[in-house]
Ligand binder design. Structure first.
Ligand code: PEP
Ligand code: MN
Length: 337
């Protein structure tokens, strides 16, 4: 880290900072200009050391050089992480499509969606059994029954299953019926839930919180990796901005930014990002072109009848057409889909 001293900081103030740093085991490099002194400190920093430093007299600011997300970041892990799930690889030169209804509603609905997902060549079926709804009066999901239907769809199609976990008490049950555990945007900073998911032998799909910075998102991933679960897939799903023309604002720039900062695979959910099925195709294509490792798309056999998120759900026909387009974009990016 670099400690920038105030203009005119006194020699005893500079000495006190140096003393504190060398006591904490840092190697120091002092740069004493005419107006100010800058102290370069090399070593393992702890939060306590840094926050304490900022309170010392004469210190203007402390600038960390390395990222705080040590295990999720690229500083100490250069190669891309590939999350392997049997014969399905997420990351690397593969592009994966996670698709299916917002919520599991019935066996007929789920099977119809699953068959379309399978026939179009996608490998992962999504579907919520526990739904985090803004209104307590909205459909909350079929819960255990929904999980059983997801497992039945897996058996019928061979697709992998991703579904959302809302609370720690249900992790084991949901892990039993599914392959990937999803943490929704509303729970990205539920640190207790993250700590529990870190102990589980299942990949975690970690959605970006609707008002989370990239750093906060990667620190949430750090909870999982540092707790023992390095099979983390990040998912950009749009953030809250002043714009009301779309449900959220898809932060496409987050893809190359996160790719630079982290070795973890990143996918994009254009369905929740836009809230409108007409916008899903253009943004899914853009996501792959921007370097995403895959996309998550809501598909419903009859969007007009959907109990949840019908307006952003693709029909089977539109989804099948989109898959062909995504395959072409992936090819341009040197990836397989
Ligand atoms: C979902 O994918 O079902 C969902 C609720 O998305 P988000 O957490 O991104 O709102
Ligand atoms: Mn949804």
């Amino acid at each position: 880290m670099i400690v920038v001293m105030h203009r005119g900081a006194s020699a005893p103030e500079i000495d006190a900072v140096c003393q504190r740093l060398s006591n904490a085991g840092f190697t120091l490099h002092l740069s004493q200009g005419v107006e100010r002194t800058i102290i370069g400190a090399v070593g393992e920093k702890s939060r306590a050391t840094v926050s304490g430093l900022e309170a010392l007299p004469g210190v203007e600011k402390v600038v960390p050089i390395l990222q705080p997300y040590k295990l999720a970041g690229r500083d100490f892990h250069q190669e891309d992480t590939v999350v392997n799930l049997g014969n399905v690889a997420i990351g690397g030169n593969q592009c994966q499509v996670f698709a299916g209804p917002c919520a599991v509603e019935s066996w007929e609905q789920l099977l119809e969606a699953a068959l379309v997902v399978k026939e179009s060549g996608a490998n992962i079926l999504r579907g919520g059994a526990f739904k985090p709804r803004s209104s307590p009066y909205s459909f909350q999901g079929l819960e255990e029954q929904g999980l059983k239907l997801l497992a039945k769809a897996r058996e019928a199609t061979g697709l992998k299953i991703v579904t959302e976990v809302l609370d720690a008490a249900n992790i084991e049950r949901i892990g039993y019926y599914s392959d990937i555990l999803q943490v929704g945007a509303r729970n990205m900073q539920n640190f207790y839930l993250l700590r529990e998911l870190a102990k589980v032998d299942r990949p975690v799909l970690l959605k970006r919180g609707m008002a989370a910075t990239v750093e906060e998102w990667l620190m949430a991933a750090e909870y999982l990796v540092s707790g023992g679960n390095d099979r983390v897939i990040l998912c950009e799903r749009g953030i809250r901005t002043f714009e009301t023309a779309t449900r959220n604002t898809l932060d496409l720039s987050a893809i190359p930014v996160v790719k630079q900062l982290s070795h973890l695979p990143v996918i994009v959910d254009p369905s929740h990002a836009t809230g409108k099925w007409q916008l899903v195709g253009p943004l899914a294509r853009a996501a792959i072109a921007a370097g995403a490792d895959g996309v998550m798309i809501e598909v419903h056999p009859h969007p007009a009848m959907a109990l949840c998120d019908g307006p952003q759900s693709l029909t089977p026909q539109n989804f099948t057409a989109l898959m062909a387009e995504l395959r072409a974009v992936a090819r341009v990016m040197g990836k397989q889909l």
